[in-house]
Design a protein around this ligand. Structure first.
Ligand SMILES: [Zn+2]
Length: 362
């Protein structure tokens, strides 16, 4: 090779290297900036879903969602609550399930349908308040109060108080004045769908079902005791078929779950205050960052938005307040830079982080 050509190639190589270093610096800067912004702030700001095929990405408590659809605020057999939270978004399979469940609830005698609490944010992800899960559009909260015949006003949907199914004057005890056989039928109906993976209820409610349920005891195993969940219960779906980036949860163990695992909740251990060692410094909380989530979640955040109207499921009226695609320019820049990086990296199959075991999945 002639000397001149080698020199020329060296120059091109140096230029290419310079470019590569330059762009990787931009990405590194963006990553540093993103590391200062908790993922819940990035996802909590986005008002609309991505205009993409529906896909749950990651795990229920560590992930995000593409192509979400919203359940309409009002349906023949449901009403969505707490509309200001903008958490009516889910995988289309979840929205279909809720519609089916609301009809089955009426058939069971549950008033004129169900009151739907939080599903997920428009692009899933961690939330500024509340849940650790509900991040991939496959979790939904249902109130332990039926939908009244008359539609609730927007104000009532914000302010209507929750009603606990427990007698709070006693330790972990269902209030017999509030809990009925219809409540039991409703929870077990939710557990009966093959696409439902788990149903979360308060340990007192699980105990009550263990003592009284005369139907399929195998289904009772899907009903899992957790903290809270005395005013609402929580439906979790399996990863839908073909959802390659959805990380499944370990299957529930066989049996009705009316065993030692339930008895533990009635011991002192779950309710004991954590013992603080006098010489330990307070630990600064570490927020979940965008970089902690599956790489594809950066692309989900940066993707163009679907319109609220087209993303509302079914033909029912779209009646939510108009929403805007509001996001700080600086944050948007960070998101875009991370998305660029994510597009350059090929996401290897099975490279989704496995979350640590979590005792209370809410
Ligand atoms: Zn929930």
């Amino acid at each position: 090779m002639a000397l001149a050509t080698r020199g020329f190639l060296r120059q091109i190589g140096a230029a290419a290297l310079g470019l590569a270093i330059g762009s990787s610096l931009v990405v590194a800067d963006a990553a540093r900036a993103a590391d200062g912004t908790p993922a819940k702030q990035l996802f909590g700001k986005v008002q609309l879903p991505s205009n993409a095929a529906a896909a749950p990405i990651g795990f229920y408590a560590k992930g995000c969602m593409a192509g979400a659809v919203a359940i309409p605020t009002d349906g023949p057999t449901w009403q969505a609550m707490r509309l200001s939270r903008n958490r009516r978004w889910g995988n289309p399979a979840m929205i279909s399930l809720l519609e089916q469940f609301s009809q089955d609830a009426v058939r069971l005698g549950w008033g004129s349908g169900i009151l739907i609490g939080d599903i997920s944010q428009p692009r899933g992800g961690p939330m500024l308040t509340g849940h650790a899960s509900h991040q991939i559009g496959l979790d939904a909260d249902i109130w332990f109060q039926p939908k009244p015949a008359q539609p609730l006003s927007a104000e009532a949907r914000e302010d209507m108080p929750f009603v606990s199914m427990l007698d709070k004057s006693k330790f972990l005890t269902v209030n017999p004045k509030r809990w009925t056989g219809t409540h039991a039928n409703l929870v077990m109906q939710a557990a009966s769908y093959p696409q439902v993976e788990r149903v979360f209820v308060n340990p007192a409610i699980k105990k009550k079902l263990c003592e009284t349920w005369t139907g399929d005891r195998g289904l009772l195993g899907k009903v899992r005791p957790v903290y809270g969940h005395d005013e609402h219960f929580h439906i979790r779906m399996h990863c839908p078929p073909g959802a390659a980036n959805c990380k499944a949860q370990a299957a529930v163990t066989a049996g009705d779950g009316c065993d030692k695992s339930l008895a533990w909740w009635f011991s002192k251990e779950p309710w004991a205050k954590p013992v603080k060692k006098p010489d330990t410094k307070p630990v600064k909380p570490r927020f979940v960052m965008l970089s902690d989530l599956p790489r594809a979640c950066a692309a989900v955040l940066a993707a163009p938005a679907a319109s609220a109207r087209t993303a509302t499921f079914g033909a029912a009226a779209y009646s939510a307040a108009p929403v805007t695609q509001g996001s700080d320019a600086a944050i948007q820049q960070v998101i875009n830079a991370q998305a660029d990086q994510a597009q350059r990296d090929v996401l290897p199959a099975g490279n989704i982080p496995v979350p640590k075991a979590r005792p209370a999945v809410q």
